[in-house]
Every structure is written in C-alpha cells, then in structure tokens.
Write a protein that binds this ligand. Structure first.
Ligand code: UDP
Length: 320
C-alpha cells in the first residue's frame, strides 16, 4: 500500500489509473486542473486537489507526504503541438520540471510518467523495442522524449527513480462502466468512429488506402486503457521495491489496421458506417507495433484485452 499523488488523475487514462490504484488498496490524491479532466471522474474514495502543474506552490503542497507520483498531466494533440509549440513547452515541459522540482522539495523519490510511442518517430524496424532510437517527428513526441531524458538526469544527480511508460494507441473504457466522463473532443480513430456511429458527425475518413500493409490502411497497436492502468500500479510497486529506473513500451504486440478497426466497429455496433477513403495523413507511419517484452519482464505485466471487438465493446458501452 502506498500514498500516491496522481497528477492528471481526472483525465481519460488518469481516471482509469485511479480506479486501479483504489482497487489495489492504495491511498490516492488526485491533482488536476480539470482543463480536460472531468469532475465526474473523481471517485469518492480519492482525495482531490484542484490545481495546475504550473502552480509550483500548490503542487508542492499537494505532494507533501506522498510515497510516489504518477504524472499524466499533459496536452496530447499532435496537430496542435505543431501549431502551438510554446503552449506545449509550457504545459508539458515546464509543468514536468515543476513536478520534478516539487519532488526534490518534498523528498518524494518515485515517479511513473506517461510517455508515448511518439518518442520513436518513424519506425526503423518492427515491432519497436526500447532499444529503438528516439527520433520524434512532432513537438508532442519531442516533449515526451525530453521529459524522459530530464528524469534520467534527475535520477543520476538527485536519486529520483522513474518508470516512463510509452503507450501505444490507448483505447476503450472501464468494462464495469465506472468511468462516467467520456473524453471531450478526442481526435483519435475510435472516438471519431463512435461520433459517426451516433450521428454526432457525418461519417469519417480513412487516411490512406495505399500503404504496403495487409489491406492498404495503416496498422496500429491498440492497447486497452485498463491494461495501461494495471501497468501503472505495477510500476509503483516496482519503483518502491528496487528503486531502479526504466522506460517501457506498453502495447499488445498485435497490429490492427484502420480497416479492421472500422469493420470490427461495424460488427460491434451492428450497423454500416459512413466513411470514405482519403489521402494519407502527413506524418503517419504505415505500421506501429510494440514489443512489450521488457514491460512483461520488469513489471510482470501482460495485457488482458487482446480482442479488438471486445475492446471496442467497452467503448460502445459508454455511448449506449
Ligand atoms: N485515422 C483515420 N481517420 C481518422 C483518424 C485516424 O484513418 O479520422 C487513422 C490514422 O491515420 C492512423 C490511425 O487511424 O493510421 C490511428 O490514428 P490516431 O489519430 O487514433 O492515433 P495515432 O496512431 O496517430 O497516434
């Protein structure tokens, strides 16, 4: 049992992490500015402090007495990061510096950090393992990569231990429907499919049908958010037991094409969807798939959700 400060705990991934921590008997305080996180996602069993990571005083006060921090507070829209690098530098980079400095001030030694497959950029080989060079091709990915490296310096110089979890494509919702706040305005494939299925938008586009993949559309590694959540809890236990630092991929190792996602969604929803084929989207690699062997070894972690239909069902249940 640990006392954990979950920064960004009211957001999409954070709210699932909080559920998992509470299920495992930890004492949780959520720190969130509710800019994208939602009040409805705050469980009664967790304490809540409304605050911004850019507010160093408030952050430091919140951290007092914690055993570990889980840091999920970030801006994450790739397109927006290319238009507003200043905004992403402030929130993601300066915000993370504040978190690390608050840890020094309060003598908190362990941090689990939300990183991303975006640190790799265009894959040189597949599946991608952690030895793959980091070469982000968008500013969002750069912020994640830089914070990982910053944590490594703090680890060397100040004895902080970190586990950076590099998420591949996060999808799905808690299967017990305990999360009430659907993510607001997400720009990812499955939420867009859901918007089209429920007439919140008129159809959608499949970006690229001429890739050299199984059916011409891009392939991705879709990992259920509850599987991400279990990895965070295991990462906390790992940090507190052997105080080493790691960077770990979190994916299923299975490549699912956009067309397969669409077909599976049609099956789950029980109706045909309105979509068209469009040109490739700039910056999209044809295939992104994780080798998560290291996470399996280090954390004794394995994803429970491997069937894409089952994953989509947990999302569709939110809509119904
Ligand atoms: N995609 C698509 N239509 C959309 C949104 C996404 O065809 O309206 C494709 C996108 O090109 C990529 C995959 O779906 O191949 C997953 O995209 P998403 O933005 O969800 O995540 P990313 O892999 O870019 O992080």
């Amino acid at each position: 049992m640990a006392k954990i400060l979950v920064v960004g705990g009211a957001g999409y991934i954070g709210s699932h992490v909080v559920l998992e921590l509470l299920d495992k008997g930890h004492i949780v305080t959520i720190y969130d500015n509710l800019s994208t996180g939602q009040e409805i996602n705050l469980p009664q069993k967790a304490a809540f402090i409304k605050g911004d990571i850019l507010d160093f005083e408030s952050l430091t006060k919140a951290m007092e007495g914690a055993d570990a921090v889980i840091h999920l507070a970030a801006k994450k829209a790739v397109g927006e990061s290319m238009e507003k690098p200043d905004y992403y530098a402030s929130n993601n980079i300066a915000g993370s510096v504040n978190i690390l400095n608050a840890m020094l001030k309060t003598n908190v030694k362990h941090i689990v950090f939300s990183s991303s497959a975006a640190v790799y950029g265009m894959p040189r080989y597949l599946p991608i393992d952690e030895k793959h060079e980091k070469n982000p091709i968008n500013f969002y990915g750069y912020t994640k990569s830089l914070i990982e490296d910053l944590m490594a310096w703090y680890a060397d110089l100040k004895g902080i231990n970190y586990i950076a979890l590099r998420y591949f494509n996060a999808v799905g919702y808690d299967s017990a429907k305990r999360i009430k706040g659907k993510e607001k305005n997400p720009q990812n494939l499955l939420p867009i499919i859901m918007d089209a299925a429920t007439s919140r938008r008129d159809g959608f586009l499949i970006f690229g049908s001429d890739y050299t993949t199984k059916d011409g559309t891009c392939e991705r590694d879709y990992i259920h958010v509850s599987d991400l959540a279990t990895a965070h809890e295991k990462a906390i236990l790992k940090l507190m037991s052997d105080a080493q630092s790691y960077r770990l991929n979190l994916g299923t190792g299975k490549a699912v094409s956009v067309q397969e996602m669409v077909n599976a969604a049609e099956y789950v929803i029980g109706k045909k969807l309105d979509y068209k084929y469009a040109p490739r989207r700039a910056g999209d690699p044809a295939v992104l798939v994780a080798n998560s062997e290291l996470a399996r070894q280090v954390l004794d972690w394995a994803p429970k959700y491997t069937d894409i239909k089952e994953i989509i069902e947990t999302t569709w249940n939110m809509e119904k």
